[in-house]
Design a protein around this ligand. Sequence first.
Ligand SMILES: [Zn+2]
Length: 255
Amino acid sequence: MSHRYCSASHDGSWISWFLSLPMNEFLCRVPVDYIQDRFNLTGLDAQLGSQLSDALDLVLESEFDTECFQQVETDLDAAAKLYGLIHARYILTARGIDDMCMKYQRGDFGKCPRLYCHSQLMLPVGVSDRFGESHVKLYCARCRDIYQPQAHCAMLDGANFGRSFPHMFFMQLTELLPSPPKEQYTPRIYGFQVHATALMPPERATCSSCSSSSTTTGKALGIRRSKAATKVRPSSGEAIKQRSPMRRFSFTLNQ
Ligand SMILES: [Zn+2]
């Protein structure tokens, strides 16, 4: 039996046991009648092959006992994969969106770490629809970016949710769609806004500075990087690890 499956307690069915595992906190409960409907399993045999029938039996097991069951890890993995694939389909239905909405509003998926998103609630999303390709990410509808989840949920496969889920969610529940952030962080040094070229890697900044120096019309105070970059020579007989010379900046008015 796998260590991943050892520590959780459950109250009867395989689904209850599976959902009680800390790593599965993002998953909602798929109703048994949805799983039993063969129409909802269409095409899953392509991903599970001959394991589909046994995996389905295990997922639908109502008297699952971790103390005495003898399933090997491959059986549990197949059942987890089957549940995940069904889950990805279920959460795109009206019932599934309602179930996930309850978890969303409860804050089960966490809040956006970006300061200017002001603790916007997030939704799980996959960057692939196929199992085994990537772990789950969290999507913030305010800044429209994705983030790594907390460690205990970070190993959950992203295919449990798929790439479409959060976007379908907000298409159905438009009243929950947040407005875009009004604020954006501005890099400053001693209160002065840092020039755009100083925020780029050296090679890009040089090209950008050359091409845009004659056309820049900004009135804001900026900081322009000097071209000087003196090489540091190691002293003889002593190995000195060379490092990049410190970048120098001068305060200038953009013209
Ligand atoms: Zn955000």
